[in-house]
Design a protein around this ligand. Structure first.
Ligand code: SAH
Length: 290
């Protein structure tokens, strides 16, 4: 497989909008660095060839965000995240975790930091799966899961990516955790991450339709962009026990109203809201089953 690397320059305040747009367009990975002139430099990877409207410097999409498309390069089938893993730094996520996106087993100074800070080290090497703690939506979801009493509960993680939320739920004391992931590569990597961390959620490569209807779950966690989250809401609610909780992350302010209205219709009431930058996440409780 060949890849396209798009290099974009933009003012720092436009970062969240750009990242959301690229995520919606299916970017395979992003790297954000300070640029030379006070702007940010963002590299975004796509399968080659990239969609025409993304590959053109005159695209109204870039103008709308205030971003400049500085370069489009074709990259061969190499492990383009290897250099990124070399530079990646561990991030504290929620109350308990230190997530290390670096090369697994490379001396691992993160282990020492985890010991010092009393956090559990989670090794989630940056590869082709989302959820290494570098994105606000992941951090918000973990923070909300930290608020939920998970002891002895059954948890479903919809769109598990690296498995980060499933691992967080197990560390929070859940009795059983299932992760569902539509992208087979990510599902495979989540499986490898289980062995790296000696944490063993059940994993399903597919959608919610692959799961049995019963028994239901006490908690459902989903960090998905609104366009993917909203269509899945009825299926998530169908697998949630009465009184159960939904942790929903990955929303931007523009999607908030429609998400809240849709979830209320299904019997979900917001219990807590958290924000970081433009990203919003909710903890909701199922008041009645429709
Ligand atoms: N849970 C991780 C990853 C979130 S990214 C975290 O919080 O960081 C969202 C993931 O959901 C992606 O890996 C994507 O492939 C997957 N996904 C999107 N729609 C899905 C669906 N309908 N069912 C299952 N997985 C889905």
């Amino acid at each position: 497989m060949r890849y396209a690397r798009l290099r974009l320059l933009l003012p720092p305040e436009a970062e969240d909008r750009l990242v959301a747009e690229l995520a919606e367009r299916g970017t395979l990975g992003l790297e954000v660095r300070p640029g030379a002139d006070g702007r940010l430099s963002v590299d975004a990877w796509f399968p080659h060839p990239p969609p025409d409207d993304l590959a053109s410097p005159r695209s109204p999409l870039w103008a709308g965000i205030g971003a400049e498309l500085a370069a489009v390069e074709e990259i061969g089938d190499e492990d383009w995240m290897a250099a990124w893993r070399q530079r990646a730094r561990p991030v504290e996520v929620g109350r308990r975790l230190l997530v290390d996106p670096g090369e697994p087993g490379a001396g691992c100074p993160a282990a020492e930091r985890a010991r010092r800070t009393g956090r559990r080290l989670l090794r989630l090497p940056a590869r082709r799966a989302f959820g290494t703690g570098s994105h606000a939506s992941t951090r918000l979801a973990v923070e909300l899961l930290d608020e939920v009493d998970l002891a002895g509960r059954r948890v479903l993680d919809v769109g598990t990516g690296t498995g980060v939320l499933a691992f967080a739920a197990l560390l929070g004391g859940s009795r059983f955790v299932a992760g569902v992931e539509i992208d087979p590569t990510a599902a495979f990597l989540a499986g490898e991450n289980r062995a790296l961390n000696d944490l063993w959620p059940s994993l399903v490569a597919g959608t919610l339709a692959c799961l049995a209807d019963e028994p239901r779950f006490d908690v459902v966690a989903a960090n998905l962009v609104a366009e993917r989250l909203e269509p899945e809401l009825p299926a998530m609610v169908a697998r949630l026990a009465a009184g159960g909780e939904l942790v929903a992350s990955g929303l931007l302010a523009a999607a908030r109203g429609s998400f809240l209205a849709g979830s209320r219709r299904l019997g979900l009431e917001p219990v807590a809201e958290r924000r970081e930058g433009e990203w919003i996440a909710y903890r909701m409780q199922l008041r009645f089953s429709s």
